[in-house]
Design a protein. Sequence first.
Length: 306
Amino acid sequence: MTSLRDVPAEVLADLTAAGLDPVHVWDVVGRALSEDLPAEPRVDPTSESTIPAGARAEAVFGAREDGVVAGLAVAAVVFHAVGADATITDRVADGTRVARGDVVMRVEGLTQRMLVAERTALNLACHLSGVATATSRWVEALEGSPTLVLDTRKTLPGLRALQKYAVRCGGGVNHRTSLQDMAMVKDNHVIAAGGVLPALDAIRGRHPGLPVEVEVTTLDQLDELLALPQPPERVLLDNMTDELMAQAVRRTAGRVPLEASGGITLERAARIGATGVDFVSVGALTHSVTVFDIGMDLTTPAPTAD
């Protein structure tokens, strides 16, 4: 790999503006490349044998379906990391809705190194675009309702920041990024603490000022929380029917934001939005997303090696 200093300033600026740490992105790219080139010398035998070292080519990244793209700046980093001496043009902004056949990025550089970068760049761009596209479908399904779609911590290890960025590209909203952003009292905490109220009191005693979300499964549990002088900052309605959610919204009357979770499918989205809950959290945005199909095709073939 080259150095982070070799990445053009405009790419680093785009990452930073997107809320991504360029150093973290560089580390992710480095780990991914090491899976393809684990041993010295770090060359691809196929490309090295068939393409002259100085040969150059242009490649087009094209969308092969309709959707929302994300991670193209991350993919650009890959080409700079492998020393492709790359010039990248026509890179559409992350969060852009594209149609099948649209060009989303062009790369010109050393052909050998571009082919080394190809799979890692596509793996990242296709996965993140898949997250953004899936999120956009939820946003569309909830249009006209007050409900926002949230991601969860059900992310691939090491890719949380990138996946949550892709959710934002798709129009979604990030839930907590780490355990320390917000306390969340779920069933196991209730059992361990001896009840919802003891758990809530314990958290506020040890971590004053930290937002707390409490999971409930019944309207009686919700009423118990609403009766407190200081209810939790958010209540999670776990595995409730649409009718129970609507009743919860009426009982809460805007005092506490409500989040729907559990048994959530895209087919239910419009009905959930109609209940008036503030949020719906969808683990599938990140834990089981289908990749978005982007292809990389050379437009100028490399000459055959002597």
